[in-house]
Design a protein around this ligand. Structure first.
Ligand code: SAM
Ligand code: DTB
Ligand code: SF4
Length: 364
C-alpha cells in the first residue's frame, strides 16, 4: 500500500503530471490496483432537482441567469418525481443519485425541508445519496447527514489563482469552508474541478494541491472536462485533449490513492479507447444517464456495452462506507437555525463574464 500523503507540493505534482506517458500510466495503474479493484467502476446518476436561474456568475455554467443559454429553468422537483427518477436510475445499474440545485447556497425553509425528504426517500431505496446545492452551513450539513445523505459535492473547480478568472460572486475560501462544514459530519466529501477552461497546467496542479492537502482527502474527486455551452463566457474554449484528461486522472489517482476518481462531464467527446485509458489511469467512477445536469451524456446502454467490452462491473452501494441511518423529520434533533452566513462576494471584474452578460442583455 502507498501511504496517503497530505503534503504534496505543486512542483511534485507537476513533475508527476509531466512524466513520460507510459511511466505515468504505469505508476497510476499500480497505485490504483493497490487500493481498488481495477475492474469495478462506481456509477452515479445526476438529477437536476432545480434547474437554471442561478444568481452566480460561474463562467462555465449554462445555469447562470445572467448569460444567454438555451437552458429552461425549473422549480424544485417534487419528492415523488425524484423517487421515480431514482428508481429508474437504480434499475439501470446506478448505485448513487446525485441531486443538483442551481443555488448559490442553501436557505433554511420549505424548499430545504423538501430536499431533506428527497434524501430520506432515496436512502430508503438503498442507494447512496449525494447532493450539490451550493454553499452550506454546519447546521445544514448536520441536517442532511441526519436525513441519510452519503456524500456532498462541492467543487473547488480550479486553482485558487485561476478561480478568480472564472467566478467573481463567491470566493475560494467559501468553498473550502463548505467542505469543512461537511467534514464535521458523517457525510463523505466529493470535490473536484474542471479542466479546459483556459487554465495552465500549473493551475491543474494547484487544484490538486488544494484537494490532496485536505486531511482527510475527499472520498471522491470528479474531474470534469469543460462542456463549452453557447451563451456562456467560455463558449469558445477548445475541447480538452484526451491526453490532458488522462494525465489529470492519472495524477489525481497518484496523489489521492484512496479516493474514487470520477470521469465526469465531457465523456460524449471521448472515444471508448480514450475512456479505457482513463479507467486504466485510475478513474473508477462515472456519471451515467443521457443527461448530466443540463447537457448531454452518453446513453446508459452504450455505457453498459462499454463496461462489457472492458470487463468492468458497476460498484455496489455502500462498499466504501456503511449506509447512513435515516432519522424522520419529526424525530430530528436539529432545528433550522435560519442563519444568514456571511459568504463572501469578492466581485472582482472578469471581463469575459461581463461581456457575456452584456451580450445576453442585448439579446433579450
Ligand atoms: N450550484 C451548485 C454549485 O455550484 O455548487 C451545484 C451545481 S453546479 C452545476 C456543480 C458543478 O458542476 C460545478 O461546480 C462545476 O464543477 C460543474 N459544471 C457546471 N457547468 C459545467 C460545464 N459546463 N462543464 C463542466 N462542468 C460543469
Ligand atoms: C460534477 O463535478 N460534475 C457534475 C456534478 N458534479 C454536479 C455536473 C456537471 C455539469 C455539466 C454541465 C451541465 O450538464 O449543466
Ligand atoms: Fe450557479 Fe452552481 Fe452554475 Fe455556479 S455552477 S452558476 S453556483 S448552478
Amino acid at each position: 500500500m502507498n501511504e496517503t500523503r497530505h503534503n504534496w507540493t505543486k512542483e511534485e505534482i507537476l513533475e508527476i503530471y509531466n512524466k513520460p506517458l507510459m511511466e505515468l500510466l504505469y505508476d497510476a495503474a499500480t497505485i490504483h490496483r493497490n487500493h481498488h479493484d481495477p475492474n469495478t467502476v462506481q456509477v452515479s446518476t445526476l438529477l437536476s432537482i432545480k434547474t437554471g436561474g442561478c444568481p452566480e456568475d460561474c463562467g462555465y455554467c449554462p445555469q447562470a441567469a445572467r448569460y444567454h443559454t438555451d437552458v429552461e429553468g425549473n422549480d424544485l422537483m417534487s419528492v415523488q418525481q425524484v423517487k421515480a427518477q431514482a428508481l429508474r436510475a437504480k434499475s439501470s445499474g446506478s448505485s448513487r443519485v446525485c441531486m443538483g440545485a442551481a443555488w448559490r447556497n442553501v436557505k433554511d425553509g420549505e424548499e430545504f425541508d423538501q430536499v431533506l425528504e428527497m434524501v430520506r426517500t432515496i436512502n430508503k431505496l438503498d442507494m447512496e445519496v449525494c447532493c450539490t446545492l451550493g454553499m452550506i452551513t454546519e447546521n445544514q450539513a448536520q441536517r442532511l447527514a441526519e436525513a441519510g445523505l452519503y456524500a456532498y459535492n462541492h467543487n473547488l473547480d480550479s486553482s485558487e489563482e485561476y478561480y478568480k478568472e472564472v467566478i467573481s460572486t463567491r470566493g475560494y475560501e467559501d468553498r473550502l469552508e463548505t467542505i469543512d462544514n461537511v467534514r464535521k459530519t458523517n457525510v463523505t466529501v466529493c470535490s473536484g474541478g474542471i479542466i479546459g477552461m483556459g487554465e495552465k497546467t500549473e493551475d491543474r496542479a494547484g487544484m490538486l494541491v488544494a484537494l490532496s492537502t485536505l486531511n482527510p482527502q475527499p472520498e471522491s474527486v470528479p474531474i470534469n472536462a469543460l462542456v463549452a455551452v453557447e451563451g456562456t463566457p467560455l463558449e469558445d474554449q477548445k475541447p480538452v485533449s484526451i491526453w490532458d484528461m488522462v494525465r489529470m486522472v492519472a495524477t489525481t489517482r497518484i496523489v489521492m490513492p484512496e479516493t474514487q476518481v470520477r470521469l465526469s462531464a465531457g465523456r460524449t467527446e471521448m472515444t471508448r479507447e480514450g475512456q479505457a485509458m482513463c479507467f486504466f489511469a485510475g478513474a473508477n467512477s462515472i456519471f451515467a444517464g443521457d443527461k448530466l445536469l443540463t447537457t448531454p451524456n452518453p446513453d446508459v446502454n452504450e455505457d453498459m456495452e462499454m463496461f462489457k467490452l472492458l470487463g468492468l462491473n458497476p460498484q455496489k452501494p455502500f462498499i466504501k462506507k456503511m449506509q447512513p441511518e435515516t432519522v424522520e423529520a419529526q424525530n430530528s434533533q436539529y432545528q433550522a437555525l435560519g442563519e444568514k452566513p456571511k459568504w463572501t462576494r469578492p466581485e472582482h471584474t472578469i471581463e469575459r463574464n461581463e461581456e457575456a452578460k452584456q451580450k445576453a442583455k442585448a439579446l433579450k
